[in-house]
Design a protein around this ligand. Structure first.
Ligand code: GRF
Length: 196
């Protein structure tokens, strides 16, 4: 049973799916938000999970990351899950949690790293999009992929309808990927996701 901390900045729908799926392989022991009043904090509290608000405003990236790191270690987190956490983490933080830090991104990585994903997917007239769970490495959205799931892109899609379709499968994918990591079915080795 791995102790998991989740970092959020907003609504926390992925957090909710992770809470709902917690069981034999992991339990969520802490939810940290950099935004006070983030809706995900209420979801954590409703589930009886400890929460912390650590604002980033007025701090250097390194000072902010050091505060987060201290909170995670004080609670005994073994794995750290980014779920709509809208800050880029410093190289030092990422290295300190190497192989234990994952993120979900709403595209079929390595395609469409970064922001405005659904707009760009529609502009490019892609037939498929999806979501990817990946190990976090210092380069943004560039870490080895643990699991992916695809959805069709319809000609009538707007960024919002596509985002909604992708989000629905994120909620299925993220708990599955975290369960794999927590039960040692995947690990980061020499910069690769190694399964088995
Ligand atoms: C999701 O689309 C996720 O892929 C992206 O941020 C969004 C977070 O949504 N990284 P929520 O806060 O989990 O509802």
């Amino acid at each position: 049973m791995k102790s998991v901390a989740v970092l959020i900045s907003g609504r926390g729908s992925n957090l909710q799916s992770l809470i709902d799926a917690a069981g034999d392989s992991y339990r969520i022991i802490l939810v940290v938000s950099n935004v006070e009043g983030a809706a995900g904090l209420d979801k954590a509290r409703a589930a009886g999970i400890a929460t912390a608000v650590i604002p980033h405003i007025g701090k250097t990236r390194e000072a902010f990351d050091a505060e987060i790191d201290a909170a995670l270690r004080a609670e005994g987190a073994e794995l750290v899950v980014l779920a709509g956490f809208m800050r880029i983490l410093s190289d030092g933080f990422v290295r300190g949690w190497e192989g234990k830090l994952i993120n979900i991104h709403p595209s079929l990585l390595p395609a469409y790293r970064g922001t405005r994903v659904h707009e760009r997917v529609i502009e490019a007239k892609e037939a498929l999009s999806g979501a990817s769970v990946h190990f976090v490495v210092p380069e943004l959205d560039a870490g080895p992929v643990i699991a992916q799931i695809s959805v069709p892109v319809h000609p009538s899609d707007t960024p919002q309808t596509l985002a909604d379709r992708v989000l629905a499968v994120e909620h299925q994918l993220y708990p599955e990927a975290l369960t794999m990591l927590a039960s040692d079915k995947v690990k980061l080795e020499n910069g690769l996701a190694v399964f088995g």
